[in-house]
Design a protein around this ligand. Structure first.
Ligand SMILES: Cc1ncc(COP(=O)(O)O)c(C=O)c1O
Length: 300
């Protein structure tokens, strides 16, 4: 797949896309992002991703020059320019350019980047086998430091360290608890548990990113007739669950086989996990169509 990037109004091949070293995200992690998938020529949950992005832009008080509708058009046209029907879109917005923490002293023109590529987070066999998850020593950042709803670039240093810890243990994913030791999320995915035919997931106040895949799965599970509880959950709940799975744009829906080397319920053979996965696959057929015919690209 040709990897292309829309940056500062131009589309270029990935190898030719650069940002200045004084970009505030490069210097301080002062940026926000979204990871979005497109399936069969349609962008999945594009409006939901844009709504989350613009909420974060507003919270961070970036002086964004593109409206949500304009950015939507840029994303769709970048996908069209890639010529691909399936892929992954990365959208980054950073505060601006300049040395020094204080936004007063920098050029507050946000840098916007849209990158279209492919992604496969876990190898296909893990979807059949289920993931081995270990509890990492990294807790999610407390919400009074950085609200977890903010998909801010800087916060991911902790998740990367947690992922490396999971890698060292030979696990597919790393669990991150919150400050009081309850379940929060994995390094890039939300957690679902099934017990006695009801579905449980950590409440947003548990310190999680409120995933768009999570919201989708909650909606689909309710449509299938299941009770869904957003609540406080502990590792006890996860180890004793009948089934457990993770959700995320990159991961989609993937069963958990073990937690800390202990088997978790039915793993990938879980009946409800399979049912949710099937409903999710079906739901990915709905999305915003990519205008492949192309009426020319937006200029900045
Ligand atoms: C920390 C974290 N939790 C959960 C998720 C899942 O969110 P979504 O379903 O919106 O991709 C992500 C995805 O990037 C994430 O980074």
């Amino acid at each position: 797949m040709a990897k292309i990037v829309w940056i500062d109004g131009n589309i270029t091949p990935l190898e030719e896309a650069f940002v200045p070293v004084t970009d505030h995200a490069y210097l301080y992690g002062d940026g926000i992002f979204e990871g979005i998938r497109f399936y069969n020529g349609k962008v999945f949950k594009l409006d939901e991703h844009l709504a989350r992005l613009y909420e974060g832009i507003n919270y961070l008080d970036y002086h964004m020059e593109y409206s949500q509708e304009e950015l939507k058009k840029i994303i769709l046209e970048t996908c069209a320019a890639s010529g691909e029907k399936d892929g992954y879109i990365r959208v980054n917005v950073t505060r601006g350019t300049g040395l020094g923490l204080d936004p007063k002293h920098i050029n507050l023109k946000p840098r916007v980047m849209v990158f279209v590529t492919t992604i496969s987070l876990y190898p296909p066999e893990l979807y059949a086998k289920g993931l081995d998850v270990i509890t990492t020593s990294y807790r999610v950042i407390p919400s009074d430091s950085l609200n977890p709803r903010l998909k801010c670039i800087g916060r991911y240093a902790a998740n990367i360290l947690a992922k490396m810890e999971a890698n060292r243990a030979g696990a597919g994913e790393g669990l991150m608890l919150n400050q009081v030791g309850n379940l929060a999320e994995c390094t890039g995915d939300n957690i679902f548990i099934i017990k006695n035919n009801e579905i449980y997931t950590p409440h947003p106040s548990s310190g999680i990113l409120q995933g768009i895949t999570r919201d989708t799965v909650i909606m689909l599970a309710k449509e299938l007739g299941y009770k869904v509880h957003e609540t406080t959950l502990s590792k006890y709940d996860m180890v004793t669950a009948d089934e457990c799975f993770l959700t995320g744009t990159a991961a989609e829906v993937i069963a958990v086989a073990t937690l800390d080397y202990r088997k978790v319920g039915a793993g990938p053979d879980g009946k409800i996990t399979k049912e949710i996965l099937k409903a999710f696959r079906e739901h990915t057929k709905i999305g915003t169509p990519i205008p492949y015919s192309g009426d020319g690209l937006l200029s900045a």
